[in-house]
Design a protein around this ligand. Structure first.
Ligand SMILES: *Cc1c(COP(=O)(O)O)cnc(C)c1O
Length: 453
């Protein structure tokens, strides 16, 4: 097929996720191949992968060790079911995951995406209390602006109006506690935002703990909600409150796991020990869809018994524990040791924060938020008053379209521009990427914004 045929057929047959197809028709993009931190489209244009192919990619594309691990596994078998049977790579990977995870986590339940991992966490927490005979603990708490995936269960513990509001009557009710966002708090002060948020969480727990099964939180950074970094000490305090009120603490490391924030898991920033932890995105180095829900022996034991006791976790997917995916994940984790990935993320993120200083000085950059190699740059109409742009103007989206033209791909979250390079990006790559980021933002907040005022 010629590139032009592919283009027209893509418009004829595809319906892309999280995409208004009218936008796609206007500004289509078809990727043909990738190499290292670069992607190439069907017309031969090359782009830096500025958001790690949606927050997944670790070592770049076509990493030799990962390619080989998959080929080697393919010579044995591509897939057999994990329902009632194990497979070799799923065991090896489970042990590795437990070794690198917070100490209390001892069991691995596989699935295929981040949303499934959280969906399973929610069902696990719910049934945990049922199996223990504490029948009234059936509700969940989540944070304002939280995001845990797009299935009905994970939308129910999510709280982003733009994505979730239309489904309201379809979702189960969850308590929503405020997120301590320093930039958006009237005081602009981290400590005040934190204390207020903790105070209202304590109040919620005091009044309702008898009916609360678990609380879901993203780890250290709210991703889809706008790359909001938690104030120091906050996550630890949430853990303490969950323990005090006997509420399962479910930490979502889907976006933050595997070195992204400069620790293997972001909970390590606070020495937090979840009861349930979900991982996905970076688990296979961004290669294949494998996710996992990790939990403690205590939770596991509540499900263990004779079949007739009906304590089984009746959940699973056709491709759960897929061998090709697990083989890629094993090779991925081996590279962390061999290439000292996590330490290097810490060093690179310091370099990136220096580079971003120039971006933060731009007239319409309200806030630059960063933890490790997660960066969110919030664009505002008025830097002093923090007045946002009218959302329909889509200044963030325009900035990323300009970046594409300049040779980098990323996606915004409203007017928060996301910068999330592959962890393996070199210093030179990072410099090039931030230069494009700067140019794209400058153009969208001046030329474009003025023309469309
Ligand atoms: C991306 C994401 C999910 C959903 O993962 P999918 O693999 O896209 O289903 C869940 N939680 C967080 C924090 C995420 O960033």
């Amino acid at each position: 097929m010629t590139p032009d045929q592919l283009l027209s057929k893509s418009k004829q047959y595809l319906w892309l996720p999280f995409t208004q197809m009218k936008d796609y028709e206007r500004d289509p993009l078809i990727i043909e191949s990738g190499d290292g931190v670069r992607l190439k489209d069907i017309y031969g244009n090359v782009y830096l992968d500025g958001n790690s192919s949606l927050w997944l990619n670790i070592h770049g594309h076509r990493k030799k060790e990962l390619d080989e691990a998959i080929k080697k596994q393919l010579d044995k078998i591509a897939h057999s079911t994990l329902l009632g049977a194990a497979n070799v790579p799923s065991i090896i990977l489970a042990e590795k995951l437990i070794q690198i995870s917070p100490q209390r986590l001892k069991r691995v339940f596989y699935s295929d995406s981040g949303a499934e991992a959280v969906e399973i966490a929610v069902k696990m927490a719910y049934q945990y209390w049922q199996n223990k005979g504490i029948k009234e603990k059936t509700k969940f708490v989540t944070l304002g602006n939280g995001y845990h995936g797009d299935t009905v269960g994970t939308m129910s513990v999510g709280s982003i109006d733009l994505y979730h509001k239309v489904y309201t009557s379809l979702l189960f009710d969850a308590f929503v506690a405020p997120f301590p966002s320093a930039y958006h708090h009237p005081s602009g002060d981290e400590k005040t935002a934190k204390e207020e948020a903790l105070h209202s969480l304590r109040q919620l727990f005091s009044n309702h703990h008898h009916e609360i099964a678990g609380m879901t939180v993203e780890s250290m950074v709210q991703g889809a909600g706008g790359m909001n970094v938690m104030p120091k000490g906050y996550l630890k305090e949430v853990e303490n409150l969950c323990r005090e009120f006997d509420i399962l603490f479910i930490v979502d490391e889907v976006a933050t796991g595997f070195g992204r924030t400069g620790k293997m898991f972001a909970v390590e920033h606070e020495g937090v020990q979840p009861d349930i932890m979900t991982v996905a995105k970076g688990l296979t180095g961004g290669y294949l869809p494998v996710a996992a829900t990790l939990t403690t022996e205590e939770v596991y034991e509540a499900f263990y018994g004779e079949y007739e006791e009906l304590k089984t976790l009746f959940h699973g997917h056709s491709y759960t524990g897929n061998q090709l995916g697990c083989a890629a994940a094993i090779a991925n984790l081996e590279l962390y040791e061999k290439e000292n990935i996590v330490q290097r993320v810490q060093e690179k993120s310091e370099y990136v924060s220096q580079l971003l200083e120039k971006v933060s000085l731009l007239e319409h950059v309200g806030d630059v938020r960063q933890l490790g190699l997660i960066c969110g740059i919030e664009l505002v109409q008025n830097k002093q008053t923090k007045e946002p742009y009218p959302w329909e103007k889509r200044v963030g989206y325009q900035a990323t379209l300009k970046m594409r033209e300049l040779g980098m791909i990323t996606r915004p979250l409203g007017d928060v521009v996301v910068f999330m390079p592959p962890l393996a990006a070199s210093y030179e790559n990072l410099k090039q990427m931030v230069d494009i980021l700067y140019q794209g933002i400058l153009w969208a907040t001046t030329e474009y914004a003025i023309e469309h005022a």
